[in-house]
Ligand binder design. Structure first.
Ligand SMILES: *Cc1c(COP(=O)(O)O)cnc(C)c1O
Length: 395
């Protein structure tokens, strides 16, 4: 049995998205900047996609800029807010400890340029505290950047409250909504969001296409210079097929959101219910504020990487917070930000499911994971020490 349970990493391209893109890869390949009608057809498709995406986010179409994905949108949002602030002498940026690297690494680069960065704690439940944000805000704060839903543990932040606070203090608010778009309702107006990043491949469009919402009045800084595409703010011939697919996929996800959530929640609950029975296991992050499909757990005494290889043998695609494959022995910054000890964070497993999964697949997972954990613990010197009482159980 093949089970794809890594939807937070990427998703399959839906039939709707594929159908929407095919005309632009076959007969309708014109350049949207060309003046003849063959090119203008592609330009019309871009405008339609802008309208569709804006509708899904309750934004104005002119405030949507197409990018190469979530990372580029995050980079451009943060750099733009920083440059705007710097012009007024404001060089303080606030974000959280568990953002995606697209946000954290952009902030570190700005820090090297002389900006000051405050990263808020996310506590054991994986949720930012409003009082702590308020206390961190200064006269010279140029940006608050808080993600909508975390990609590793799935916790959702109090976005509307953060937006209201930032609006009151007149500080631009950027939200990395890559894990939320298409999965949870987003309303940039009601939530007072000034900048927002989404990525097509997290909601069944292809990889390499995303969008940045920038409220009117937020002047964007160009990351890529060239032609006058995207109102002069993002050069490069547009990925027309990808953009058309992204709009179709987002519309479909938003139209079926309640139905998809109703399908995903019982599967997620079954995962939690069964996997929590494994001794010395722990659910990471609050379940109260959560995207529907993401499950993150730690199992003491094992390595997440070994677990992934054995799950792969059983046909299961999952992910782990530990980063041995990337050449680093440090566990995920997200799990560490929750205060989880290094040893425990190494034994983490992320399963992220979507509406394409079935309960039969979930049954395969809940049968396989406990067996894999047992097997690995049987060979683990750390587990042996834990069992003999030579080492203290941490969970
Ligand atoms: C996937 C992801 C990104 C990056 O998006 P890409 O389109 O892959 O560049 C950024 N932020 C979060 C939260 C993500 O999950």
């Amino acid at each position: 049995m093949f089970v794809y349970a890594d939807n937070a990493a990427t998703t399959c391209v839906s039939k709707t998205a594929l159908d929407a893109m095919l005309p632009f890869l076959t007969t309708g390949y014109g350049n949207p900047s060309s003046l003849y009608s063959f090119g203008q057809k592609a330009q019309e498709a871009l405008q339609e996609a802008r309208v569709t995406i804006a509708r899904c986010l309750n934004a104005e179409p002119r405030d949507i800029y197409f990018t190469s994905g979530g990372s580029e949108a995050d980079n451009q949002a943060i750099v733009s807010a920083a440059r705007l602030g710097a012009r007024k002498g404001k060089k303080h940026l606030i974000s959280t400890k568990f953002e995606h690297h697209a946000v954290l690494h952009t902030l570190s680069r700005l820090e090297k340029e002389g900006f000051e960065v405050t990263l808020l704690d996310v506590h054991e439940d994986g949720v930012v505290r409003l009082e702590e944000l308020e206390a961190a805000i200064r006269e010279d704060t140029a940006l608050v950047s808080v993600m909508f839903a975390n990609n590793e543990i799935g916790t959702v932040q109090p976005i509307a409250e953060i937006g209201a606070l930032c609006r009151e203090k007149k500080i631009p608010f950027h939200c990395d909504a890559v894990q939320a778009a298409g999965h949870m309702p987003i309303d940039v107006k009601a939530m007072n969001i000034d900048l927002l990043a989404i990525s097509g491949h997290k909601f069944h469009a292809p990889k390499g296409v995303g969008a940045l919402y920038a409220r009117k009045g937020i002047v964007l800084t160009n990351l890529i210079e060239g032609g006058a595409q995207e109102r002069g703010k993002r050069a490069g011939t547009e990925n027309v097929a990808g953009i058309a697919a992204m709009a179709a996929a987002l519309q479909e996800s938003c139209e079926h959101m309640e139905e998809n959530t109703a399908k995903i929640l019982p599967m997620r609950d079954r995962l939690f219910e069964e996997l929590s029975k494994i001794p010395h296991s722990k659910i990471n992050g609050s379940l109260e504020h959560h995207v529907p499909g993401t499950v993150n757990m730690c199992f003491e005494g094992i390595e997440g990487e070994s677990m992934l290889l054995l799950l792969d043998d059983a046909g299961i695609c999952a992910s782990s917070g530990s980063a041995c494959t990337s050449g680093s022995l440090d566990p995920s910054h997200v799990l560490l930000s929750l205060g989880i000890p290094h040893e425990v964070a190494h034994g983490s497993l992320r399963l992220s499911i979507g509406e394409y999964n079935t309960m039969e697949e979930i049954e395969h997972i809940v049968k396989t994971v406990p067996a894999v954990v047992n097997y690995l613990r049987g060979m683990s010197p750390v587990w042996d020490e834990l069992e003999k009482g030579q080492r203290k159980h941490l969970i």
